[in-house]
Design a protein around this ligand. Sequence first.
Ligand SMILES: C/C(=C\CNc1ncnc2c1ncn2[C@@H]1O[C@H](COP(=O)(O)O)[C@@H](O)[C@H]1O)CO
Length: 296
Amino acid sequence: MTNTSGYQRGPVTLRGRYVPQTTTDQRLLDDRGQAAWLHTDPWRIMRIQAEFVEGFGTLAEVGPAVSVFGSARTGPDDPNYALGEQVGAALVKAGYAVITGGGPGSMEAANKGAAEAGGTSVGLGIELPFEQGLNEYVHIGVNFRYFFIRKTMFVKYAQGFIVLPGGFGTFDELFEAMTLVQTRKVTRFPIVLIGSDYWAGLIDWLRTTVLDRGTISPHDLDLLHVTDDVDHAVQLIKDAGSELADQAAAQERAEEVAAQEYAEDVIEADRLGEGEGDLEGERSGERSDDRGTIRR
Ligand SMILES: C/C(=C\CNc1ncnc2c1ncn2[C@@H]1O[C@H](COP(=O)(O)O)[C@@H](O)[C@H]1O)CO
């Protein structure tokens, strides 16, 4: 006989001393408890999920975009500010939305350039102790609590990265992008550094010390492009986009041909009275002898 007694907590049955003194609803609705749970990891997981949902939901329909990084400290009179504006405008002219960290300095410059060129200007802000809020040129802004979620957005919704002169924050974004491409965690995308003078020391160190000591491979250096010419930077991103589109089209064609060949094989096997299982074996190089033993 089935014993139906016990306390049902969703799909879980609890009996004896395991039966709780309160119901789940009671605990949910009872606000007299401590608020310590707000600072626990399970609650953080909910916030993390919510932040991903908000980011994906906001950015999924932005269209082709390029993420632009650079110093938060670049003042409006700094030549790099004008460079940032040019980058924003040139990207818009080439059909891209511009995504930045939404802060001051070079981020603001790129957002300004994009907005004034009539394009889409996106700012992905981050909660910081000295937060300044999103710059005034951001059309679509999302403020993130978590760095790693914001970084996912910079990569997921961009066709390439343009990096203006910057400090630790900029280096972090640059090296994260390089690592993702180097480890093939993402499909290769272009990373363009603007300002050959500023980046020369880093490039030189990578080419000599880092390469010489064998901690990177020679081809890893190909991940970076350096230029002073904004139009050239944008062209590099466009070219990489066309190359990727060609590769994707070739892959699609190859899959179509393979599917067509497979369908023809199935029809032929059917005509000859063989099963689809035999065909699978043949495709993977397997052959069975009279006793059914699989040979390769
Ligand atoms: C330091 C100041 C403001 C900081 N505000 C920022 N808002 C948004 N994003 C930021 C901010 N600071 C850094 N970032 C990100 O890092 C990159 C710039 O860092 P760097 O160290 O200045 O190079 C940038 O691309 C942002 O994504 C007020 O001076």
